[in-house]
Design a protein around this ligand. Structure first.
Ligand SMILES: *Cc1c(COP(=O)(O)O)cnc(C)c1O
Length: 396
C-alpha cells in the first residue's frame, strides 16, 4: 500500500513533539542534540522566545494579505537586508528552489532588457545543489535526481569547479551569467576558493554577465558572517537565500543590485504567499537575533571550538573519520564509511546530523549552540565512532 505521505524521503522512524534551543524531544521525552537544525534551517534554535512571540503576535493581527497591498513587515525586512548586503532590492518567496528560479529569471530578464536576448545561458558547477523544481533541478545537474524527469531546461550548462580552462571555454555569446554556491552544502561542504570566485567576477565585469550566488544554505549567519561572500573581497550581482532566513518558517528571497532588479517590473514575477506578514515577522525576529552585538562573533568562536573538537575526533578515530571541512557552523565531517552509516551511529547516541555527498556528514547546528553543547555532541560522535569500530572489527 502506498503511504499517505508520498514516499519521496528516507525518514528515520522518529518523530519530535517539541524542541528547546539545540535539543529536540520525542513524545516519550527522549532527548536529541540537534546538529542538523532541520538542514541548516532552525537557525536560532527551537522555541526561541523572541521568534515564538513575534510569530504569535503577528498571527493575532493578520497572517496574509497578498501582494496586492503594501506589507510593512516585508518593507522593513527588505530595508534591513539591503542595508547589510551588496543588494539594492529584494524579492520574497517561499523556498530555496523558488528563490533560485527568480534569480535565474532575473539574470535572463536583465540581459534581455539590456539588448542581449541571445544571452540566455546560466553556467553552473558540478556537484551543485540548487533545488528540485524543473529549472533548479537542471541547475543542480545531478543525474541521480534527474532520472525520469527529463528533458532538462535548455540554457543551463555545467563545468567543473576551479577549472579556469573549462570556464573560459564555456563562456560564449549565449552566456547570461553564473550560478554558484560559495560553499557547496548538499555535495559535502566544499568551499569554493576565493581566487575562483574572483575569476568569475572578473569575467562578469569584462563581458557584462551577471554573477549569481546561491546562499540558501551558507547565508544568514551560518558561516559566522551574515553572508558567506563577505569572507571574500567580491560581491555577486544577485543572491538567493532561504533555509535559515526565518528560523524554520518557510521563506526564500533573492536579493539583487539595481541593474537587475529594475527589470523585474510589475507582472514579470510573483508569488502569492511570498513575503507575507507572518513569514516577514518571523524573519525580522531572526534578524534581530543575528544582528545583536556579538552574535556573529559567537558563531565564529563556537565554530572554531567545534571544528577543533571534530579535528581531534579525526585524530582519535582515523579508521572512521578523515577530515573536517567548512566554516563557522557550516561544518562537514568527512568519513571513511558511507555518511548514512555515521549519521545512523550518531542517531543511536541521540545526536542528529545530516548526511551529504562525498562521504561527508554535515554538522550544522542551530547558531545559538553553546560550546558545552558542542562538546556534548563531540562526545556522542566519539561514542558513535567506537561503536562503528567495534562493528568493523567484528566483520574483519
Ligand atoms: C536546500 C537548498 C536549496 C533548495 O531549497 P528548498 O527550500 O529545498 O527549495 C537550494 N540551494 C541550496 C544551496 C540549498 O542548500
Amino acid at each position: 500500500m502506498i503511504p499517505v505521505l508520498m514516499p519521496t524521503y528516507n525518514r528515520a522512524d522518529l518523530a519530535f513533539a517539541q524542541g528547546q534551543g539545540s535539543w529536540l524531544f520525542t513524545e516519550d521525552k527522549r532527548r536529541f542534540l540537534d546538529f542538523g537544525a532541520g538542514i541548516a534551517t532552525s537557525s536560532i534554535g527551537h522555541n526561541h522566545p523572541h521568534l515564538a512571540n513575534a510569530i504569535a503576535e503577528q498571527a493575532k493581527l493578520v497572517l496574509h494579505v497578498s501582494n496586492l497591498y503594501r506589507i510593512p513587515q516585508a518593507e522593513k525586512l527588505a530595508e534591513r537586508l539591503v542595508e547589510i548586503s551588496f543588494a539594492d532590492s529584494v524579492f520574497f518567496c517561499n523556498s530555496g528552489a523558488e528563490a533560485n528560479e527568480g534569480l535565474i529569471k532575473g539574470i535572463r530578464r536583465a540581459q534581455f532588457k539590456n539588448g542581449h536576448p541571445e544571452r540566455t545561458d546560466i553556467i553552473c558547477f558540478e556537484h551543485a545543489f540548487h533545488g528540485r523544481t524543473l529549472a533548479t533541478l537542471t541547475a543542480t545537474g545531478n543525474p541521480k535526481y534527474l532520472e525520469g524527469f527529463e528533458p532538462r531546461l535548455p540554457g543551463i550548462k555545467h563545468i567543473p569547479l576551479n577549472d579556469l580552462e573549462a570556464l573560459n571555454k564555456a563562456v560564449d555569446e549565449h552566456t547570461a551569467g553564473f550560478l554558484i554556491e560559495p560553499i557547496q552544502g548538499e555535495s559535502g561542504v566544499n568551499t569554493v576558493p576565493e581566487e575562483f570566485l574572483r575569476e568569475l567576477r572578473k569575467i562578469c565585469d569584462e563581458k557584462g554577465l551577471f554573477l549569481g550566488f546561491d546562499e540558501v544554505q551558507c547565508g544568514m549567519g551560518r558561516t559566522g558572517k551574515m553572508f558567506a561572500y563577505q569572507w571574500t573581497d567580491i560581491e555577486p550581482d544577485i543572491m538567493s537565500l532561504a533555509k535559515g532566513i526565518a528560523g524554520g518558517v518557510p521563506m526564500g528571497a533573492f536579493l539583487a543590485k539595481e541593474l537587475i532588479a529594475k527589470h523585474l517590473t510589475p507582472g514579470t514575477h510573483g508569488s502569492t504567499f511570498g513575503g507575507n506578514p507572518l513569514a516577514c515577522a518571523a524573519a525580522n525576529a531572526v534578524l534581530d537575533i543575528l544582528l545583536a552585538p556579538g552574535f556573529l562573533d559567537h558563531v565564529i568562536k563556537t565554530g572554531h571550538y567545534l571544528q577543533n573538537e571534530l579535528q581531534s575526533l579525526v585524530a582519535q578515530y582515523p579508521t572512521i573519520f578523515e577530515a573536517v571541512k567548512g566554516k563557522g557552523l557550516m561544518l562537514g565531517l568527512k568519513g571513511k564509511l558511507p555518511p548514512a552509516e555515521i549519521q545512523n551511529a550518531a542517531l543511536h547516541q541521540n545526536l542528529l546530523t545530516v548526511a551529504a555527498g562525498n562521504n561527508v556528514v554535515r554538522i550544522i547546528p542551530p547558531l545559538i549552540i553553546s560550546e558545552e553543547e558542542c562538546k556534548d555532541g563531540a562526545n556522542r560522535l566519539a561514542e558513535a565512532a567506537k561503536q562503528l569500530q567495534k562493528v568493523m572489527e567484528q566483520n574483519s
